[in-house]
Design a protein around this ligand. Structure first.
Ligand SMILES: Nc1ncnc2c1ncn2[C@@H]1O[C@H](COP(=O)(O)OP(=O)(O)OP(=O)(O)O)[C@@H](O)[C@H]1O
Ligand SMILES: [Mg+2]
Length: 478
C-alpha cells in the first residue's frame, strides 16, 4: 500500500492504539490544533481546540470541519493544497491568528492541519507592545552603559593654537590612529585626561569601551584585583561568580592607566606580563583570558628618573612608551591663555568682559596648576565679581596668590595629582575623627571613675601605661 493510501486509511481508522497515542500528544499541546482528512472531515482535534470552540470531541470527530469550526477554510486548503500562514479567523467573536497547512504525500492531498497561534489578535498587539517596551529599555541601557564607557572629549575640545601645542596635538592625532601604546606626560592640570579621551575617540578602538583606572587613587592591595579581576571564591567575601578586571572590561577598546608613575613595583611586573602576553589571569583563577586592548597611560612624574632610582621598571616604560606625548605647561604656551579664558567665559554663559589689563595679568601669571587652575580662577572671578568688566582689582581681590606667588620656578617640580591629595585628605580626616572619638571616650571613662586611672583603664580595656600615654597625647587635664 502506498503511503498516501496508508495515511488515508489511518485517518479513517482513528481508533487504533497508535492514533490514540498521537491524540494524546496533540492534547498535551497548548495551541489549538485540528487535522482533517482529504474530505475535510475532522479526524483529530486536541483538547485546546475543543475548549476554545466549546465543543465536545464526540460532536467534532468525523464531522465536516466547516460545520464545527466557524469561518474555517481548511476544506479549501484540502482542495487547493495552498498553505495559509498567519491568517485572521473570527471565532466566537475573537480574531484568532491561524495557520492552515495541507498534508501532501506523493503529490496527493491527504488532508490538512489547522493551528491557532494566537486565540486573540489582541494578544499579539500586547506582545508587540511588550517587545517594543523591552526594546526601548534595551536601547536606554545600551546608551547609558556606552556613555559610561565612551569618553566625551575629542581633539576638537582641546583648546590651544600656540605653535608648540598644535604640534603636540598633531602628534597625538597621529599616534591615535595607530595601535601603539601612548604615554602622556605633563604637569598636573595640563589636560592629560583630555588627551587620553581624545586619543581613544580618534583611534581604531573608538567603538570599544574606554576604561580608566587611576593607579594613584586605588589602595595598593586593591589595584591588582581592579586591574585583573578575581576568580570565583578567590578570597573571603569575593563575589561567587568572580569579577572581571579593568583589562577584561576594556577588551576591544582602550585602557587608560592614569598616574602610572605611582604604580607599585610588584604590580608593574604583573602589568608587564599582561602587556607582553595579551592575556590576563584573574586572581585565584588559572584560566588565561585573551584581551585586545590599546594602552594609554599618563603621569605627571619624571618616570625616566624613577627608572634611574629603580622605582619604575625600564622594561615596562619601554612597553608603555610606544609614543610619548609631552603636554606643555601653560606658562610655556601663554598665547593660549586668552583663548582658554574666553572659552571658559563662553561656557559660563557670562555677559561679563575681561579688561585688557586683567588679561595681561592672567597672561603674565605662571599657572602652577595649569589649565585646571586657570579655569577655576576665571570661574571664581566671574561668579564673585558683580561688575560687567573684570579688572585687575578683581584679580587682586579674588585670586591674590596669582599676583603674589613667591615660588616661580615650577619647571622642576612635580605636583601631586588631585586624586592623591584627596586621598591624603580623606585619610587625614579619618584619623582626625578617630582621634577625637578616642579622646572623648577616654574623658568619659575618667569622669565616670572620678579620674581614677586604674579603673578607667579597666573600663576602657587598655593597659594603664597606654592610658597614661593617651592622656599625654590628647592633653587631657585631670
Ligand atoms: N587644552 C585644554 N582645553 C580645554 N580644557 C582643558 C585643556 N586642558 C585642560 N583642560 C581642562 O582642565 C582640567 C584639567 O585637565 P585634566 O584633568 O585633563 O588634567 P591632567 O593633566 O590629567 O591633570 P592631573 O595630572 O592633575 O590628573 C579639565 O577640566 C580639563 O577639561
Ligand atoms: Mg589626570
Amino acid at each position: 500500500m502506498d503511503t498516501a493510501k496508508y495515511l488515508q486509511k489511518c485517518m479513517e481508522d482513528c481508533c487504533s492504539d497508535q492514533c490514540l497515542f498521537y491524540q494524546h500528544i496533540l492534547d498535551t499541546l497548548w495551541e489549538p490544533m485540528v487535522i482533517v482528512n482529504s474530505k475535510a472531515e475532522i479526524v483529530f482535534i486536541n483538547k485546546a481546540y475543543l475548549s476554545f470552540i466549546n465543543v465536545s470531541r464526540s460532536n467534532a470527530i468525523g464531522k465536516p470541519v466547516q460545520d464545527v469550526i466557524e469561518n474555517t477554510r481548511l476544506h479549501q486548503v484540502c482542495i487547493n493544497g495552498v498553505s495559509e500562514i498567519d491568517n485572521l479567523q473570527k471565532i466566537h467573536g475573537r480574531e484568532a491568528v491561524v495557520h492552515r497547512l495541507p498534508i501532501i504525500v506523493n503529490n496527493q492531498i491527504v488532508g490538512a492541519i489547522g493551528k491557532v497561534n494566537f486565540q486573540d489578535v489582541n494578544e499579539l498587539s500586547e506582545l508587540a507592545k511588550k517587545l517594543k517596551s523591552m526594546e526601548e529599555k534595551l536601547e536606554f541601557y545600551k546608551k547609558n552603559t556606552s556613555s559610561l564607557t565612551s569618553p566625551a572629549y575629542t581633539f576638537k575640545d582641546i583648546i590651544g593654537n600656540s605653535e608648540h601645542f598644535v604640534q603636540v596635538k598633531h602628534m597625538a592625532i597621529k599616534a591615535a590612529q595607530s595601535d601603539m601604546s601612548v604615554l602622556i606626560l605633563g604637569e598636573t592640570g595640563v589636560g592629560k585626561d583630555l588627551f587620553a579621551q581624545a586619543i581613544h575617540n580618534a583611534s581604531p578602538y573608538h567603538r570599544g569601551p574606554f576604561i580608566s583606572i587611576n593607579c594613584a587613587a586605588i589602595p595598593q592591595d586593591l589595584l591588582e584585583s581592579e586591574l585583573f579581576g578575581y576568580g570565583a571564591g578567590a578570597f573571603t567575601g569575593a563575589r561567587k561568580q568572580g569579577k572581571p578586571g579593568k583589562f577584561e572590561l576594556a577588551d576591544g577598546g582602550t585602557i587608560f592607566l592614569d598616574e602610572i608613575g605611582d604604580m607599585p613595583l610588584r604590580m608593574q611586573a604583573k602589568l608587564l606580563r599582561v602587556l607582553e602576553n595579551q592575556h590576563v589571569e584573574r586572581i585565584g583563577d588559572n584560566e588565561l583570558r585573551a584581551v585586545n586592548v590599546r594602552v594609554v597611560s599618563s603621569t605627571n612624574q619624571d618616570v625616566k628618573n624613577k627608572v634611574k632610582l629603580k622605582e619604575f621598571r625600564a622594561d615596562l616604560l619601554y612597553r608603555l612608551d610606544g609614543v610619548s606625548i609631552y603636554v606643555p605647561p601653560l606658562r610655556e604656551r601663554k598665547d593660549d591663555i586668552p583663548l582658554l579664558v574666553n572659552r571658559t567665559m563662553q561656557q559660563l554663559n557670562s555677559s561679563q568682559k575681561i579688561s585688557s589689563e586683567a588679561m595681561d595679568l592672567l597672561i603674565q601669571s605662571e599657572w602652577p596648576g595649569n589649565v585646571r587652575e586657570l579655569i577655576n580662577i576665571v570661574e571664581r572671578m566671574s561668579f564673585l565679581a558683580e561688575d560687567p568688566i573684570i579688572t585687575p582689582h578683581h584679580i587682586e581681590k579674588f585670586a591674590p596668590d596669582l599676583l603674589h606667588d613667591e615660588t616661580k620656578d615650577y619647571s622642576t617640580q612635580h605636583f601631586k595629582p588631585i586624586e592623591t591629595i584627596l586621598k591624603e585628605e580623606r585619610e587625614e580626616t579619618l584619623s582626625d575623627s578617630i582621634n577625637s572619638a578616642e579622646k572623648i571616650t577616654i574623658m568619659k571613662a575618667l569622669k565616670e571613675t572620678g579620674n581614677n586611672k586604674a579603673q578607667a583603664a579597666r573600663l576602657l580595656k587598655i593597659h594603664r601605661t597606654t592610658l597614661y600615654a593617651k592622656i599625654r597625647k590628647y592633653n587631657i587635664n585631670l
